[in-house]
Design a protein around this ligand. Structure first.
Ligand SMILES: NC(=O)C1=CN([C@@H]2O[C@H](COP(=O)(O)OP(=O)(O)OC[C@H]3O[C@@H](n4cnc5c(N)ncnc54)[C@H](O)[C@@H]3O)[C@@H](O)[C@H]2O)C=CC1
Ligand SMILES: O=C(CO)COP(=O)(O)O
Length: 370
């Protein structure tokens, strides 16, 4: 029997980051700084790498571990030495009780299915992923997908977070969304918060996640306007109307979504930064300048070098939800963005249809629509 005067040492939390793209690598950098400095976390941060062979013939994960740099997705930034790249996903998650999911959203269902039965029983998750899946029953947010497939609680972290800016430690803010357990949310805040990355928590997981997801569709609209050289007033109009549609759709889908969430970093601030400086905006700008003649797949491959756009597939997913529920006419901006991306309308349609949207008196009383 253990001597009765022996103090029980609390177990340190072990963190694994599932994903190592542009934001995934920066998230690992933020987290690894904190795990080194906060006693309740184990120093090492595992980062699962979707393995690929670099032009040099080396594996990406080997290069990250040798150079402490993700030379493909975050070149020029040193990662702390306690970030360990691991190409074996089951091995990477095995010992972790805090799982940070940060991959493009289209890969998450497959990843979760691979992890069933492979994670610790006491594991909790957070999703940094901006996107959704559409099932026969309706939209399924990525945090719900994680919770449902893996049977664990899942918070979200979203915000005005262009990864390359946070990588060089420029100040920004982020919002953690949680469902019930404030203690877990506070632990996530502690894990991410640094002097240049200010994180706060709100009890509105769907509101936070829908903000992060839907703003990518508005960013495409903003990019079209830039590509058409329509100027700042038009772009501001697109952002305002987009925000209105974001709020209306979020509340229609989840009546519990709170108005205040749209004023957090995950809301209006993320919308602004993505419409000014994001990848979705940049590719949509090029799409419009080419008169819609080069596909988004082609532009993504050429302009992003392996990084992935989320807005184009999200626009399609949103369109499916709207169409299934008979709401297309209530959301002209969201609808038009998908129709432009899929080649049914010219990029200039964004303004014609948005003018129509601006005149719609709708969406303040969504209860009528259910
Ligand atoms: N980059 C940014 O500034 C920000 C991104 N986000 C969100 O974070 C999420 C992840 O984006 P990033 O880290 O930027 O990724 P990324 O777009 O830079 O990189 C793509 C990633 O997907 C991986 N990949 C490619 N094929 C795969 C497959 N079949 N299965 C699994 N993984 C595969 C690649 O290895 C790479 O890690 C997205 O939802 C994005 O919207 C959120 C905030 C900021
Ligand atoms: O989500 C982002 C910033 O918060 C990044 O947006 P992009 O994927 O358009 O670059």
């Amino acid at each position: 029997m253990a001597p009765s005067n022996q103090l029980e040492v609390p177990q340190k939390s072990r963190v694994t980051v599932v994903g190592s793209g542009n934001w995934g690598s920066v998230a690992a950098k933020l987290i690894a700084f904190n795990t080194l400095h906060i006693n309740s976390f184990h120093d090492e941060v595992r980062m699962w790498v979707f393995e690929e062979t670099l032009p040099s013939g080396e594996n990406l994960s080997d290069v990250i571990n040798r150079t402490n740099e993700n030379v493909k997705y975050l070149p020029g930034i040193k990662l702390p030495k306690n970030v360990v790249a691991d190409p074996d996903i089951e091995h990477a998650v095995r010992d972790a009780n805090m799982l940070v999911f940060v991959t493009p959203h289209q890969f998450m269902e497959g990843i979760c299915k691979r992890l069933v039965g492979k994670i610790r029983e006491d594991a909790v998750a957070i999703s940094l992923i901006k996107g959704m899946e559409v099932k026969r029953e309706g939209p399924c947010m990525i945090s719900s997908l994680i919770s449902e497939i893996l049977g664990i609680s899942c918070c979200v972290l979203m915000g005005a977070n262009i990864a390359n800016e946070i990588a060089v430690e420029k100040f920004s803010e982020a919002t953690v969304g949680y469902r019930e357990n404030k203690e877990i949310a506070e632990k996530w805040v502690q894990l991410f918060n640094t002097p240049y990355f200010m994180v706060s928590a709100v009890q509105d997981v769907e509101g936070v996640e829908l903000c992060g997801t839907l703003k990518n569709v508005v960013a495409l609209a903003a990019g079209f306007v830039d590509g058409l050289e329509m100027g700042n007033n038009t772009k501001a109009a697109i952002m305002r109307i987009g925000l209105r549609e974001m709020k209306a759709l979020s509340k229609l889908l989840f009546p519990s979504v709170k108005d205040n969430t749209f004023f957090e970093s995950c809301g209006v601030a993320d919308l602004i930064t993505t419409c000014l400086g994001g990848r979705n905006r940049r590719c949509a700008d090029a799409f419009a300048r080419n008169g819609g003649k080069r596909s988004f797949d082609e532009l993504e491959a050429e302009m992003l070098q392996g990084q992935k756009l989320q807005g184009v597939s999200t626009a399609k997913e949103v369109y499916e939800v709207l169409s299934h529920r008979g709401w297309l006419e209530l959301f002209p901006l969201f609808t038009t963005v998908h129709e432009i991306c899929s080649g049914r309308l010219a990029p200039s349609a964004i303004v014609e249809y948005t003018e129509h949207s601006a005149r719609l008196p709708l969406l303040e009383s969504p209860v009528h629509l259910n």
